[in-house]
Design a protein. Structure first.
Length: 280
């Protein structure tokens, strides 16, 4: 089973849930697709087995063949190609490697070159479990190719947890593609509910079954519970806020090893998500 773990905004506890659930489940791998700022590795004891560079294609225009007809620029949805009166200007950063410019060029003046956009790290944890993450190069505009490559190299494994980027941008959409289920981690605040609503829409459009885990629970605000009831969204679990948990987190420690009540939370969440699947 492929399980995506996501949130409407950063700081809700998404990675806390992902790393502890990964540690609890015996037969699951973990991938961190939050390629702009991966942090699952901060909580895990692992050894890097392999580092793979990832490249994206970008167009190169042959000035000897190009007639400056402008079709490549007209059809570029990302404004990566600008055709002037004297030459074609290509932005490697804005290019999404879709190939449309090459397809519409009547003079066959466009070929593709490769540019490094980041790296993928494949590791083994101290308990011999598979963990991989991607890291986008500083300044890169889009990391979708990196996410897709990371998934293509790990999705052959039968059971995978995906620690997704926060929000509902392109990298998040790429991260959840192919997932069987999803867990949204949210906070019981008006901002938490508002941001969660965006992710709910994303998952509904993708047709992925999901439920919600409320982190930092215990406040008097009931808006999130009303939202879940109104939209018929299952509640997979609640994790109470405790200062001791914040201290363990700040040290990069897995709560499952230090907090028995938290471990019971993880056990309950796993049971809801897996629904009878074999797990620890």
């Amino acid at each position: 089973m492929k399980i995506a773990i996501l949130s409407g905004k950063g700081g809700t506890g998404k990675t806390t849930l992902a790393t502890n659930l990964f540690t609890y489940l015996e037969d699951y791998a973990l991938i961190d697709t939050d390629i702009e700022e991966p942090n699952s590795h901060l909580f895990l004891d692992f050894t890097i087995q392999d580092k793979t560079p990832v490249y994206k294609d970008y167009p190169v225009v042959d000035p000897n063949r190009c007639t400056l007809c402008g079709k490549c620029g007209e059809h570029c949805n990302f404004n990566a190609i600008i055709v002037t009166a004297k030459k074609v200007i290509v932005s490697e950063d804005l290019c999404h490697s879709c190939g449309f410019c090459k397809a519409v060029c009547p003079e066959k003046a466009i070929t593709y070159a490769k540019k490094s956009i980041g790296d993928i790290y494949h590791t083994k944890t101290s308990s011999e479990k598979d963990f991989s993450y991607g890291l986008l190069n500083t300044g890169e505009v889009s990391g979708v190719v990196l996410v897709e490559t990371l998934k293509s190299e790990t999705f052959a494994m039968p059971n995978v947890l995906i620690d997704c980027p926060p929000g509902a941008a392109c990298t998040t959409a790429a991260s959840i593609e192919g997932a069987d289920k999803a867990i949204i981690v949210s906070e019981p605040t008006p901002f938490g509910v508002s941001d969660m609503d965006i992710v709910v829409e994303l998952l509904n459009n993708a047709g992925i079954d999901f439920g919600v885990v409320i982190n930092k629970a215990g406040s008097a605000d009931t808006e999130i519970y009303d939202y879940l009831e109104k939209n018929h969204i299952p509640l997979y679990g609640e994790i109470l806020y405790k200062a001791s948990r914040a201290r363990h987190y700040s040290k990069g420690e897995l709560l499952i090893y230090h907090d028995e009540a938290f471990k019971e939370n993880i056990k309950t969440i796993a049971a809801h998500v897996l629904e009878g699947e074999h797990h620890a």
